[in-house]
Design a protein. Structure first.
Length: 177
């Protein structure tokens, strides 16, 4: 699937876009060791403690980078999201420049009501921004576009880090299944 802005890209950018779109999965090598870090992120976020949330996000970014054998990056967590008439900014990725590492900036509170962002939303935002880092560092793409493949890679990471809970279906009394 090609998003509307594809037509506005230069031919070299379109090639990068198509390459990105074809890659739909990022497989973690040791997801089990990452799950406790993700749980710690949930705890830090629930406590509404910005510095602890940043510390755990940095630890998660390093653990993911090490697992995928790519360069590490820095993570900064700020309080309330910036906003304007176009909406709120949830996160931002700045690629590496020379020896300066890449950087993710995340905001942990909503702009208007100053509520702490829900854990799953915050983690997805983190993984979205980390996905841009993967495009450059793991996939060696010349640019990082929002392609269908990009969003599928983000989801693949989320599913590995937040496994679905198995639900036990209780039989309805009086019915034979």
């Amino acid at each position: 699937m090609v998003f509307d802005y594809y037509q506005k890209l230069t031919p070299p950018q379109q090639r990068v876009y198509r390459a990105s779109d074809q890659i739909t999965l990022v497989r973690l090598n040791d997801r089990e060791s990452l799950i406790p870090v993700v749980a710690a992120l949930g705890t830090a976020l629930a406590a509404a403690h910005r510095a602890n949330t940043q510390k755990v996000c940095q630890k998660l970014a390093q653990a993911l980078s090490d697992d995928l054998k790519i360069r590490r990056l820095n993570v900064r967590v700020l309080s309330a999201r910036p906003h304007d008439s176009n909406g709120e900014l949830h996160g931002m990725y700045e690629p590496r420049h020379g020896v300066k590492p890449g950087k993710i900036t995340l905001w942990m509170r909503t702009a208007r009501q100053q509520r702490v962002v829900a854990f799953r939303t915050f983690l997805r935002t983190f993984l979205h921004e980390f996905g841009h880092h993967l495009d450059y560092e793991l996939l060696k793409l010349a640019d990082s576009f929002h392609t269908e493949g990009f969003f599928k890679r983000e989801s693949s990471l989320f599913r590995q880090l937040v496994p679905r809970k198995k639900t036990i279906r209780k039989p309805v009394q009086g019915r034979a299944d």
